[in-house]
Ligand binder design. Sequence first.
Ligand SMILES: *[C@@H]1O[C@H](CO)[C@@H](O)[C@H](O)[C@H]1NC(C)=O
Ligand SMILES: *[C@@H]1O[C@H](CO)[C@@H](O)[C@H](O)[C@H]1NC(C)=O
Length: 196
Amino acid sequence: MDLKVISLLALLVILSHANGTKYELTFADEDIFSTCPDADPGALDIHGLVDISELSTSMGADGITIGGNTTLTWDIEAGDRIELSVTLLYLDRGTWIATAFSISSKDFCKVMYDKNQYWYKYWTSHIKNDVRDVCIKAPGTKMMYETYVLTLTANGLGALREGRYKVKINFKAFSANGVERPTSICMNIVGDLFKV
Ligand SMILES: *[C@@H]1O[C@H](CO)[C@@H](O)[C@H](O)[C@H]1NC(C)=O
Ligand SMILES: *[C@@H]1O[C@H](CO)[C@@H](O)[C@H](O)[C@H]1NC(C)=O
């Protein structure tokens, strides 16, 4: 990722609310995805999930332009079931408080390409090679992305307060007989939201 180069620039994304209110989102970490300070033992960060050395990202007024490839690195088995949970937290006087927004799936690989899911719009619909058979379970598999602009929209989030937010993304893998694998993936996206 080439984000280091632009770390001195403000990292901005415009977020539009359904009612037309515009917000500015500034990422707190130049790499966007940071490690979870409160992660479970065995939790790996984004590098434990994918190699991003062939991924390019750049910030612009319309959003984040993404292109290139990621290569799966998470060492789990093809028959595993993957659980995903995504929660949005708000920093309220020094304490992270969960907001009403959270999404989860007990079997992420079944709904990886489900058009009704947030991740389809922002992520999996932009993968050019179809990886539904391997999902995120075959280390070494490349996901090749079309170049696209990631623009966040706040539809369905309800009223937004200005301030610091954190999205916590957690993947867990379970063997066919239901035993959790020793490693999981946890990553945070931390940003500050302002009305513009
Ligand atoms: C992505 O992978 C393809 C196939 O291996 C390769 O041709 C291309 O150069 C890669 N893109 C980047 C940005 O490394
Ligand atoms: C739009 O929604 C935001 C967040 O709920 C609110 O702060 C703002 O006042 C609303 N604006 C209008 C024009 O309704």
